[in-house]
Design a protein around this ligand. Structure first.
Ligand code: PLP
Length: 402
């Protein structure tokens, strides 16, 4: 009996008359009732702005918001809570670093290294920064099996390399990259590393101090929390030296028409009214996961994922991408002779939610010379039965379209 499913009210829906089989957690996870209740409670009671009001509810909001920061600090083992900046999500966190780090440190002729499997969110901001600064975007290649070409790494870490920006787990292939090795090699040349943890934090324990990572970013909504809240972790000494990303309320110290001085961390990077409800929801989501023994949940999720790979491999003419032996959360595949959109549309008719297309990784699609894939991605609520439903449905798709 899968009791976790009961915690997610969205799973009680029927789609096109069929029970929903949700296999799109890589795009966004469903929310447990506990998180929805926490959001409702915030908006029905506290509903105040933070750090400003002298009144009781504002103090409660400030307290809850800062408790959420402490919870995130503890969850990823950051040294201090000032190293946790709340953002809209991964995309905003990367843009923040690109803009701010770029302004401070990137000069003409400098280099930034990304990989060929990056989500556009961890590629386009660096590409545009390089254009503005006449810098160079280098790309660590991907091998056919979906792993990074680690032999190419030393040659790409040059004296001009100012930052490495790399994903922990590929949202397309599921490849789990050797982040600790990449960080060690970059640090040996004094190059800081930003890790895109949008998919990573959802499937594995993150300890930013053990990794010694310089920046780590993720989105709440992929971690069973609401949309519109995310995190930029950065080492305090790095963040302290960076200029603000946006200007306005909250991030200032003293404002005169001649000159403005800025607030301390983390507020320096949190201009304007923050997403207080979202932060509270993120706090609740982390609590929810940890109270249910997250390592056990991940172990079960991994068993389901392995079973899925095993089953899907039995389908004649299926091509599964990412075959290097590592896999976190996702399976991308194509059925021979069938366009991914057609597969996705038919699966939807059968109540199965998957994602089709380029998954915001067009350069990776170009590498494989394909228009896109079908991606089934898994969360803690998925079970073997969901895999059986997908497997049978794919056999039906094949019978209908082959
Ligand atoms: N990076 C990766 C690896 C992702 O999978 C995603 C979203 O799918 C993002 C970045 C962007 O996340 P968001 O849209 O929440 O900012």
């Amino acid at each position: 009996m899968n009791t976790i499913k009961n915690d997610f009210p969205a799973l009680r829906q029927r789609i096109h008359g069929k029970a929903l089989t949700y296999l799109d957690s890589g795009a966004t996870t469903l929310k447990p009732q506990a998180v929805i209740d926490a959001l409702t409670a915030y908006y029905t009671t506290i509903n105040s702005n933070v750090h400003r009001g002298a009144h009781h509810l504002s103090n409660l909001a400030t307290e809850a918001y800062e408790q959420a920061r402490l919870r995130v600090q503890n969850f990823i083992n950051a040294r201090t809570s000032e190293e946790i900046i709340f953002t809209k999500g991964t995309t905003e966190a990367i843009n923040l670093v690109a803009r701010s780090f770029g302004e401070a440190y990137i000069r003409e002729g400098d280099e930034i290294l990304v990989s060929a499997m990056e989500h556009h969110a961890n590629m386009v901001p660096w590409q545009q920064l390089c254009k503005q600064k006449n810098a160079r975007l280098n790309v660590l290649p991907v091998l056919e099996n979906g792993s990074l070409d680690m032999e190419a790494l030393p040659g790409l870490l040059t004296p001009r390399t100012k930052l490495v920006a790399i994903t922990h787990i590929s949202n397309v292939l599921g490849t789990v990259n050797p982040i600790e090795e990449i960080i060690a090699r970059a640090h040996a040349k004094d190059i800081p590393v930003l890790v895109d943890g949008a998919q990573g934090i959802v499937h594995s324990r993150i300890d930013v101090q053990r990794w010694d990572v310089d920046f780590y970013v993720f989105s709440g909504h992929k971690l069973y929390a609401p949309m519109g809240i995310g995190v930029l972790y950065g080492k305090a000494q790095l963040l302290n030296d960076l200029p603000p990303y946006q200007y306005g309320g909250e991030m200032i110290d003293k404002v005169r028409f001649e000159e403005t001085t800025f607030n301390v961390l983390p507020y320096k990077f949190e201009a304007g009214t923050p997403n207080v409800g979202g932060a509270i929801g993120l706090h609740k989501a982390i609590d929810y996961l940890c109270e249910r023994n997250l390592d056990e949940l991940w172990k079960k999720e991994d068993e389901v994922l392995k079973y899925a790979v095993n089953q899907l491999q039995k389908i004649e003419g299926i091509r599964i991408f990412g075959t290097d032996g590592t896999r976190g959360g996702v399976i991308s595949f194509l059925l021979e002779g069938i366009h991914p959109y057609d597969t996705g549309t038919l699966l939807d008719q059968m109540g199965i939610a998957v994602r089709t297309g380029h998954h915001c990784a067009q350069p990776l699609m170009d590498f494989y010379q394909i228009p896109g894939t079908v991606r089934a991605s898994f969360g803690i609520y998925n079970d073997m039965q969901d895999v059986d439903i997908l497997y049978e449905a794919l056999l039906r798709v094949k019978r209908m379209l082959s």
